[in-house]
Design a protein around this ligand. Structure first.
Ligand SMILES: [Zn+2]
Length: 342
């Protein structure tokens, strides 16, 4: 039987107009015995129509989406809305406030916690609320990411492909409406991820990796802001002005063998730049050992043909850190779906 959430809110999901409030998650600690973690949420509703759920801060150190959604909450005029937008700019709120990927409270990675459990700690409780309370109201879910502190991306919007072709079609339509320069299809939908959990419920879903390095990319922030308005218009939720989208290039990520991981601990010297097209067997980079200058650097190689769309941002690596991953041309991937395991 479905467990009830303990999270409560004064926001009324059925009320017309613009409301900005908080999800109150009970959290009893020494500083605050009967305290709550107050997670921001906004609801903009006008009459009947589809519901878009726009979320950022799934990982706390990914900022373009967080800023774009705060701007959208302030800017959106409910009189020009038909239907509803539910907006959570800092979903893993403790992580967002600390500027880190995972929760400083329980170490929880929200994007590995779905469908969540209200009895297994703060991050699981947030996932459970999203999955059991918000998702049943939603027609389109946007989950806005970035590379965070450890990765740098050639920015792209994306969707996660599930097993239902009709849902995949609606996701692809939303992705196209968003209109990023690169539109990438992940050829899998891990149900521990927020998009995978949404797709499982038959919700169209898109997102993106809009920058990285723990910073804010100005041009991508502008693209995210404009893309969100275009997507809301595509859904029939927003009746206001939008800017024309740039031409998009469809790409896909067939599996985890399009990733390269550090073969040793040390300082990573990349052999490629973001946007380079490489072949299987090409050099990805070397790990150097500055504590032992005579030791020969250890190389690592790409396992597949593809374009480098992501590279590790900090130079120091441990064995097993992702140092690069690739995409291939076309939304269909050109290869069978690979293993997940992120
Ligand atoms: Zn992320």
């Amino acid at each position: 039987m479905l467990k009830p959430t303990r999270i409560w809110t004064e926001v009324d999901y059925e009320k017309n107009g613009k409301q900005s409030g908080w999800l109150m998650l009970p959290h009893s600690v020494t500083r605050s015995a009967y305290g709550m973690i107050a997670i921001p949420i906004a609801v903009i509703k006008n009459g009947n129509g589809p519901t878009a759920f726009l979320m950022a801060g799934n990982h706390g150190d990914e900022y373009e989406g967080q800023i774009a959604l705060c701007k959208l909450i302030r800017a959106i005029d409910p009189a020009r809305v038909q239907g509803r937008a539910i907006v959570m700019p800092a979903a893993n709120f403790p992580a967002a406030m600390a500027g880190v990927r995972v929760s400083p409270i329980d170490g929880g990675n929200l994007n590995r916690c779905f469908p969540g459990d209200p009895d297994r700690g703060v991050t699981q409780e947030i996932a459970h609320y999203i999955d059991s309370v918000l998702f049943p109201m939603v027609d389109l879910f946007a989950d806005l990411h970035s590379g965070g502190a450890s990765l740098a991306y050639l920015p792209f919007a994306h969707m996660h492909e599930g097993s239902d072709p009709a849902v995949n079609r609606r996701s692809l339509d939303a992705l196209t409406a968003f209109g990023a320069e690169y539109s990438v299809v992940w050829k899998h939908a891990d149900e521990r991820f927020a998009p995978g959990a949404a797709v499982k419920r038959g919700i169209a879903c898109m997102g993106g990796e809009f920058g990285g390095g723990g910073s804010v990319n100005r041009s991508m922030l502008a693209n995210v802001e404009q893309g969100l308005w275009r997507m809301l218009k595509h859904m029939g939720i927003w009746d206001g002005p939008t800017q024309a989208a740039p031409a998009t290039r469809y790409m896909s990520i067939p599996g985890i063998d399009y990733h390269v991981h550090a073969p040793d601990a040390g300082v990573f010297e990349p052999a490629t730049n973001l946007g380079d097209w490489v072949k299987a067997g090409d050099l990805c980079g070397h790990v150097h050992f500055v504590d032992d200058p005579m030791r020969t650097p250890v190389p690592c190689y790409f396992k597949r043909d593809g374009m480098v769309i992501c590279q590790r941002h900090p130079a120091r690596v441990e064995r097993g850190d992702c140092v690069a991953h690739q995409v291939v041309a076309g939304a269909d991937g050109g290869a069978p779906a690979g293993r997940t395991g992120f």
